[in-house]
Design a protein around this ligand. Structure first.
Ligand code: ADP
Ligand code: MG
Length: 726
C-alpha cells in the first residue's frame, strides 16, 4: 500500500516506539502516523489476541480500520428503558438489569425450561426459554443485560417469554468489563453490534474503545474544503460518536460523515481509475464519420431515433479522440443498440481498422452475423464470423486484415485469434462477460476503443457506482411505431382463454413463444418438462407446427430450430429459458411464461422483450401462483412497468440492495451505509466534487490529498496501487 508522507513508517516501525525509549522523538506519533494505524492488524490492539482475531476475521474484521467501521446495528437508549418496578402487565418494554439467578429444569413433558432473572434495583424480571439451554452461555450471573419483550405475570413473578436480549457488559471471561474509564458500557445510548461470532457487544465495545484510543487525534482523510462544503464532522469525532454516542443529533451527524466518506471515496477511486486510463492515452484517433457510415445510414429502412443519434454522437466523439473509449451503451431490449454499434464498426473500417463484436452465445453471434451481413450488403466491407468451430482459413483472413468486421463468441479471445489492426471492440450483453474476457479481447489490438452494450436496465443510481468509471450513453426511447407489449398476470383458471388467444394470433399469421418453468435442480428435469409441455400443446393445438428448443441441444440443432422459427415455419416455439437474449423475430406477438413467479424481474423483462418487436401489439401472459409477498410484488411490478428502467428501480425497492447483481465482481468497496435509492442526490454531488478534485490533482499528490489517496487505496483493498505509479 502507498506509504503516507511525513510519518516515515517504515523506519519508525510503529509499535516499537514504546520499546525504544532511547528514541523519544518517535514516541509521540504524528497525526499522519496515527491515521496509518487504520491499516494495522487488530492484534496490535490491547487485549486482542489470536483467538479474538480469528473470531473477528469471521466478521470480515482484520484491521483496526475494519473494526472502527464495524458500526452498531442499532442503539439502545437508556432513557427509553423502563424500571422493572413500574412495568405493566401486557406492555412491550425494554428493561436493563444484572443477572442474579440462572435456573433450568425439566418439565414433566420433558421440556427444558431456562429461567434467567434480572434485578435492576426496582424489581425482578425473568426471561423464560423452552429448550434453548444455549442462552446460558451468555446470560451468566453478574452480567448486565437488556431484555425486550411483552411482560407477563405467572407463578407470582414478572416474566418475558423468549425476550430478545443484548449483553451490555460484565462477566466476560473473568475480565472486568464494567464501566471502564470512559464508561463505555454506561452511556445513555448504548451501541449494539451486528451478529457476532462468539464476541458479545460488550467485548466489541471494549475493543472499539481501544481502537479509538489508538487513532485518537489522527489526521483527517478528507480535504478541509470538502469537509466545509458538506458541513462534516471530523473523522475522529465521527468515529467516536458512532460507537459511543452523546446524543441523537450528534449521532446523526456522525453517521452522515461516515456515509459521506463511503460514497465520496468510492467516487474518488472511480475518478482515479478513469483519469489514469485517459492519461495513458495511446488510443486511436478515428476520423469523423465519412462516406461509409453515411451510405450505411442512407440504406436503413428507417430513421434513427433522437436517442440513437445522441448516443452515436457521443460514441463518434469518443472515437475521434486519442484516448481509448470506454463507454457503456444502455438501452432497453429492442431500442436499437445494434445499428448504433454497427456505425462504430464502420467508422473504424473507414480508417482501415478492424472492428469486432462479441456476443455471449453462438445463436446470438450467428444472428448478429446474419443481420449485420444483410445491413452491410453492397458496402465495401467484409464481415466474418468466429465461433468455436471456425476453420483456420477464416482466422487467417482476420489476421491478414482481409476481414473488416468480425462477429464472434468467446472464441474471439482464444489465443489463435489475431487481428491486423483492431480498432474498436463491441461487447454485446456486457454483463455476461467478465472483466478479464473484455480486457483479453481488447489486448488483441493496441488500445482499441471499447463499447460495452447492455440491455439489462441498470438503475441510474447504480450506473453512477457500479459502472462509475465508464462513460454512459442511454437510449431511452424505442423506435416509433412499436405497439409495445401488454403484460397479463394469470392463474390456471385463465389458461383456456390464453390458449384461445394464442390460436387466434397464429391464425392471423403470427407466432408464439412458450417459456417453460425454470428447473434449477437439474437440466434433465428441465428438458423433460419442456418435452412434456410440447406434447401437451400438440394436443391443444392440433394442426399447428410446434417446435422445441432447450439449453442442452447441440448448437447446430438449436440454430436450425431458431432459423425455422425465424422463417415462420414454426408457429409455436416451446423453449426453456435459454431463449437467447437478443433474438429478433418481429412476427412473434405472443409469449406465455409458465411459473413466472420463479423468474427474476430482469429475466422476465428480457424474455418479454422477444415479442412486440414488430408493428403489431404483443401480449405476454405470465402464469403465476405467487406465494410470498415478494413474488406478488414482483408480478405486480412486471405487469405495471413496461419501461426497463422503472422496472429496475422497482426491483431495487423490492429486493433491497444487498442482492444487486454484479456488485461483488466489480472490484469496488462495499456500500454498507449508503442506500442507492435514498442517497442518490448525495452520490451525485459527491461524485461531481470527487471528479473535480481528481481533475485538478490526477494522482492526489498535493498536500492533504495524499491522505485521501491513502484512504481510497485502503478502502479499495489496495487494488488501486497501480494507479499511482508511472
Ligand atoms: P437491441 O439490440 O437494442 O435490442 P436492435 O438493435 O436489435 O435492438 O433493434 C431491434 C429492432 O429494431 C431491429 O429489427 C432493428 O432493425 C429495429 N430498429 C432499430 N432502430 C430502429 C429505428 N430507429 N426505427 C425503427 N426500427 C429500428
Ligand atoms: Mg441487441
Amino acid at each position: 500500500m502507498n506509504d503516507l508522507p511525513g510519518g516515515d513508517r517504515k523506519t519508525a516501525g510503529r509499535g516499537k516506539e514504546n520499546a525504544s525509549p532511547d528514541n523519544p522523538a518517535r514516541s509521540v506519533p504524528s497525526p499522519v502516523d496515527k491515521l496509518s494505524r487504520l491499516a494495522d492488524p487488530v492484534t496490535k490492539l490491547p487485549g486482542v489476541g489470536s483467538t479474538y482475531a480469528r473470531r473477528l476475521a469471521q466478521l470480515g474484521i482484520k484491521t483496526v480500520g475494519h473494526l472502527l467501521y464495524h458500526f452498531p446495528r442499532r442503539y439502545l437508549d437508556r432513557s427509553n428503558v423502563t424500571p422493572i418496578g413500574s412495568v405493566k402487565i401486557g406492555q412491550d418494554v425494554t428493561v436493563i438489569g444484572t443477572v442474579c439467578d440462572v435456573n433450568s429444569r425439566r418439565t414433566r413433558s420433558r421440556k427444558n425450561i431456562l429461567v434467567v432473572t434480572l434485578f435492576d434495583g426496582t424489581g425482578y424480571m425473568s426471561g423464560v426459554w423452552f429448550n434453548q439451554e444455549y442462552h446460558r452461555d451468555r446470560l451468566r450471573e453478574g452480567v448486565e443485560v437488556a431484555f425486550s419483550g411483552k411482560v407477563q405475570f405467572q407463578y407470582k413473578r414478572l416474566q418475558m417469554v423468549n425476550p430478545s436480549y443484548d449483553v451490555l457488559g460484565g462477566g466476560e471471561e473473568g475480565e472486568d468489563q464494567g464501566g471502564g474509564p470512559q464508561g463505555i458500557h454506561t452511556g445513555r445510548i448504548i451501541p449494539l453490534y451486528p451478529g457476532t461470532a462468539g464476541i458479545t457487544s460488550a467485548v466489541l465495545r471494549k475493543m472499539v474503545s481501544g481502537a479509538l484510543d489508538a487513532v485518537d487525534g489522527m489526521a483527517d482523510v478528507l480535504p478541509e474544503e470538502v469537509r466545509r462544503t458538506f458541513g462534516l464532522m471530523t473523522l475522529t469525532e465521527a468515529l467516536r460518536e458512532v460507537h459511543f454516542p452523546e446524543g441523537e443529533e450528534t449521532l446523526k451527524k456522525a453517521r452522515y460523515r461516515a456515509l459521506f466518506d463511503e460514497v465520496f471515496i468510492m467516487q474518488v477511486g472511480l475518478a482515479l481509475r478513469k483519469k489514469r486510463r485517459e492519461r495513458e492515452g495511446g488510443g486511436i484517433s478515428h476520423g469523423s464519420p465519412g462516406g461509409l457510415v453515411e451510405r450505411f445510414r442512407l440504406s436503413l429502412p428507417f430513421e434513427l431515433t433522437a436517442a440513437q443519434e445522441k448516443a452515436w454522437g457521443e460514441i463518434a466523439g469518443d472515437m475521434s479522440r486519442a484516448i481509448p473509449m470506454n463507454r457503456l451503451l444502455q438501452g432497453d431490449v429492442g431500442s436499437g443498440k445494434t445499428v448504433v454499434a454497427v456505425q462504430a464498426l464502420l467508422l473504424a473500417a473507414e480508417g482501415g481498422y478492424q472492428g469486432a463484436i462479441m456476443a455471449p452465445t453462438e445463436v446470438l453471434a450467428h444472428q448478429h452475423y446474419r443481420r449485420i451481413g444483410e445491413m452491410l450488403e453492397g458496402l465495401p466491407v467484409r464481415v466474418g464470423l468466429i465461433t468455436a468451430g471456425t476453420p483456420v482459413e477464416d482466422l487467417r483472413d482476420l489476421a491478414s486484415g482481409d476481414v473488416d468486421v468480425v462477429v464472434g463468441t468467446h472464441a474471439l479471445i482464444q489465443e489463435g485469434v489475431s487481428f491486423d489492426r483492431l480498432g474498436v471492440v463491441v461487447i454485446d450483453e456486457q454483463q455476461r462477460f467478465g472483466l478479464r474476457q473484455r480486457v483479453t479481447l481488447a489486448a488483441k489490438g493496441s488500445a482499441p476503443d471499447i463499447l460495452h452494450m447492455s440491455a439489462t436496465p441498470i438503475p441510474r443510481t447504480l450506473s453512477l457506482t457500479l459502472y462509475g468509471d465508464l462513460d454512459v450513453s442511454v437510449i431511452e426511447e424505442l423506435p416509433a411505431g412499436r405497439k409495445g407489449v401488454v403484460t397479463v398476470v394469470a392463474d390456471n383458471s385463465q389458461r383456456k382463454g390464453a390458449y384461445a388467444m394464442v390460436g387466434k394470433e397464429v391464425r392471423l399469421g403470427r407466432q408464439a413463444f412458450v417459456i417453460c418453468p425454470l428447473v434449477e435442480e437439474s437440466d434433465k428435469l428441465e428438458i423433460r418438462a419442456a418435452e412434456k409441455e410440447a406434447r401437451r400443446l400438440a394436443d391443444v393445438f392440433p394442426g399447428l407446427n410446434i417446435g422445441l428448443v432447450h439449453g442442452q441441444m447441440k448448437s447446430g440443432d438449436k440454430r436450425m430450430v431458431m432459423d425455422r422459427f425465424g422463417a415462420g415455419e414454426i408457429d409455436i416455439l416451446i423453449s426453456t429459458v435459454m431463449v437467447e437474449v437478443g433474438i429478433d423475430v418481429p412476427n412473434a406477438t405472443v409469449m406465455i411464461v409458465e411459473n413466472a413467479d420463479r423468474f427474476g424481474l430482469a429475466q422476465l423483462h428480457q424474455l418479454r422483450g422477444r415479442i412486440g418487436r414488430g408493428s403489431e401489439r404483443a401480449i405476454c401472459v405470465l402464469f403465476a401462483d405467487p406465494s410470498t409477498d415478494e413474488a406478488k410484488a414482483r408480478m405486480e411490478a412486471i405487469r405495471r412497468y413496461d419501461d426497463g428502467f422503472e422496472l429496475a428501480e422497482a426491483d431495487l425497492r423490492i429486493r433491497g440492495e444487498g442482492s444487486l447483481f454484479g456488485t461483488r465482481q466489480s472490484g469496488l468497496p462495499d456500500l454498507k451505509l449508503a442506500r442507492l435509492s435514498r442517497d442518490f442526490k448525495l452520490i451525485r454531488n459527491a461524485r461531481s466534487v470527487a471528479f473535480r478534485l481528481v481533475d485538478q490533482d490526477p494522482v492526489l499528490s498535493e498536500g492533504g490529498n495524499v491522505l485521501l489517496r491513502w484512504e481510497v487505496n485502503r478502502r479499495f483493498g489496495g487494488t488501486l496501487d497501480w494507479l499511482f505509479h508511472g
